[in-house]
Ligand binder design. Structure first.
Ligand SMILES: [Zn+2]
Length: 313
């Protein structure tokens, strides 16, 4: 999974901190003149101004000093982390570190709780960010081989209801204002958007140039093509709960309505749900209109509304 989230750029002064994280170690500076621990990394002690500072490895345990839950992404790239549990952790050495909490439910978080470090490898190149979790928690490392496997749908235990295409009453009974439950989730990352740009020829910078899109775009980053999100419906298994049987041919007749009400930022996770909007007898057979809505996970507003028309002949 590739991400456009801003990443740390180690400097000569901070490199031992970032290199330590990659190796699963938390390194802090300590002042040899007065014994004060120092964070963030710098050239001198922020208490006595001595330049005699030294890197030391620490355990990383501490207490939660304060936190906040962000429900609106600070950048579009963070839409997949909502709510983000932003926190300040006070290490046992006394320094305070801005971080995010992981592996904790909202109602498990308490100011003053004991926490330990999580060395969160966020990119295949080894880039590691420092997060924290509860002392008694185990946080599984991310997998980079198959990000979609991690979000695989739970196998529906409920058998599909089979409805003969001739049973008009049963088909009409499917029409509802209620949507199904959600499908599996997939990540729309920059690599996928780039592939679609190549395939479709639509390589407009708002989709393909993260740098420019961050600085000049209206969304603070790149977004997926609406058409890409639309076709990704094929990868989203929507639990419809029924299947129509007994027809000789089934045709995707197109769309009655196709809207892209809100963007899908690169790196966002999407899922879908649907409802049967209409069932009609037409000259050539029976026409079923399925309203499919695709959302960024956690977003109220859909990113795609597609009234799919399926013709059974
Ligand atoms: Zn000092």
């Amino acid at each position: 999974m590739s991400t456009n989230k801003p990443m740390p750029v180690p400097t000569e002064i901070s490199a031992p901190f970032w290199d330590g994280l990659k190796a699963g170690r938390l390194n802090l500076q300590r002042c040899n003149s007065c014994g004060h621990w120092i964070f963030f990394p710098r050239r001198h002690c922020d208490k006595c101004w001595s330049h005699d500072v030294e890197w030391r490895e620490v355990a990383g345990t501490g207490t939660l000093y304060t936190y906040t839950l962000t429900r609106i992404p600070t950048l579009p790239d963070f839409a997949d982390e909502m709510p983000q549990k932003m926190a300040v952790v006070e290490l046992d050495e006394g320094v305070r570190i801005n971080t995010t909490l992981v592996g904790l439910d909202e109602d498990e978080i308490r100011v003053g709780m004991r926490v330990k470090p999580v060395f969160d490898k966020v990119k295949p190149d080894g880039t590691t960010l420092l997060r924290f979790t509860g002392l008694d928690k185990t946080v599984a490392p991310r997998r980079f081989d198959d990000p979609e496997a991690a979000a695989a749908p739970e196998e529906a235990a409920v058998p599909l209801r089979q409805i003969p295409v001739g049973d008009e009453a049963a088909l009409q009974a499917l029409v509802s204002d209620e949507f199904t439950s959600w499908s599996n989730q997939i990540v729309v990352d920059q690599a996928l958007i780039d592939e679609f740009a190549r395939l479709s020829g639509d390589d407009y910078w708002i989709h393909t140039d993260p740098e420019k899109a961050r600085k000049q775009g209206p969304f603070g980053g790149t977004i997926a093509h609406g058409a890409l999100v639309q076709v990704l419906q094929s990868r989203l298994k929507i639990p419809l709960g029924f299947e129509v049987i007994g027809f000789s041919n089934m045709v995707n007749y197109g769309s009655d309505r196709l809207r892209f009400p809100s963007p899908v930022p690169a790196g966002a996770r999407i899922h879908a749900r649907a409802r049967v909007k209409r069932v009609e007898k037409v000259r050539s057979g029976t026409q079923l209109t399925l309203e499919v809505n695709i959302h960024v996970v956690g977003a109220e507003r859909p990113s795609v509304i597609n009234d799919l028309v399926i013709l059974y002949m």
